[in-house]
Design a protein. Structure first.
Ligand code: ACO
Ligand code: ZN
Length: 281
């Protein structure tokens, strides 16, 4: 796969049709060779099977009986639902999702080993079904304490707060596991912006409310954010001083307020009381 990608980094698929959207793609994705001559692909928005022609999709839609991603609905709040898909139980779906996602993800190698991953697929639901807005993947077991491998908000849904919702959700899962987590590196520019935004908002909110001293370790325990990520975030906000060989948080209320004003919208909140989930064993 590496070789194939290295030699054919030209983008072949220029647009995709997915549900009611026609979406322009961003990057190369290594679809099977029989799709090499295609400039447009037609996706079933529910099972994510892809086809070369519109008529094929129309025929497919008549017989496809999925109205939401396969797997368990683990969260529902209003019209927003999250489904957990096990790559081992739903291999084809997992592969289709990876092909689709790669169209918008640079410098990420495609995993054919979808067995090892869980996919968290976020949907907006209406009477026609549950429409995917984005997803993140997560290794079932990570040595490096990664709590997220890849994250994507589909372009028509970007900049509405779904990215931060997905990030927040990944940390809620880590809290339930009693572990700290961090996203797999490298992060894309947009990925870094979104994470920086999330970390900043979460940490500032706590520091604002908290009375007295607080350590990075305590912040990490409260948020499931890895200590290194807390340190770099607070350093970039100039809230860290180095005293007697130790990093100390200096949360001057005026500085906090200035940062909070600049931090912008909080985004869509994860309502933890609506998350019904137990960690993967
Ligand atoms: N320009 C400037 N800032 C942006 C942009 C943009 N186009 N998009 C997001 N941001 C920043 C903003 O700070 C924004 O917060 P704000 O709107 O309050 O200012 C913040 O990121 C998050 O915005 P959301 O609306 O919550 O995020 P969105 O739903 O757009 O999703 C995501 C962010 C997932 C990174 C999306 O841009 C995407 O799917 N990109 C393509 C795939 C990708 O790069 N994924 C990350 C790869 S790294 C990894 O997978 C570990
Ligand atoms: Zn289908």
């Amino acid at each position: 796969l590496r070789e194939h990608e290295e030699f054919t980094k030209v983008k072949n698929i220029a647009t995709i049709e997915l549900g009611r959207y026609e979406i322009e793609t961003w990057y190369f994705s290594p679809f099977p060779p029989e799709y090499n001559d295609c400039v447009k692909l037609y996706f079933c928005e529910f099972c994510l099977n892809f086809m070369k022609r519109k008529e094929q999709l129309q025929r497919h839609m008549k017989k496809c009986d999925l109205k939401h991603p396969p797997g368990d609905e683990i969260y529902r709040s209003g019209t927003l639902s999250m489904f957990e898909v096990d790559g081992k139980k739903n291999k084809i779906y997992g592969q289709n999702l990876c092909y689709l996602a790669k169209l918008f993800l640079d410098h990420k190698t495609l995993y054919y080993d979808v067995d090892l991953f869980l996919f968290y697929v976020l949907c907006e639901c209406d009477d026609r079904g549950c429409h995917m807005v984005g997803y993140f993947s997560k290794e079932k077991h990570s040595e490096e304490s990664y709590n997220l491998a890849c994250i994507l908000t589909l372009p028509p849904y970007q900049r509405k707060g779904y990215g931060k919702f997905l990030i927040a959700f990944s940390y809620e899962l880590s809290k339930k596991e009693g572990k700290v987590g961090t996203p797999e590196r490298p992060l894309s520019d947009l990925g870094l912006l979104s994470y920086r935004g999330y970390w900043t908002r979460v940490l500032l909110d706590i520091l604002k409310k908290h009375k007295g001293n607080i350590s990075i370790k305590e912040l990490s325990d409260m948020t499931a954010i890895k200590a290194e990520d807390i340190l770099t975030t607070l350093q970039s906000l100039e809230l860290i001083q180095y005293r007697k060989g130790q990093h100390v948080i200096c949360a001057d209320p005026k500085v906090l307020d200035r940062h909070l004003k600049a931090a912008g919208r909080g985004g869509l909140e994860v309502d933890v009381s609506k998350l019904i989930w137990t960690p993967y064993k």
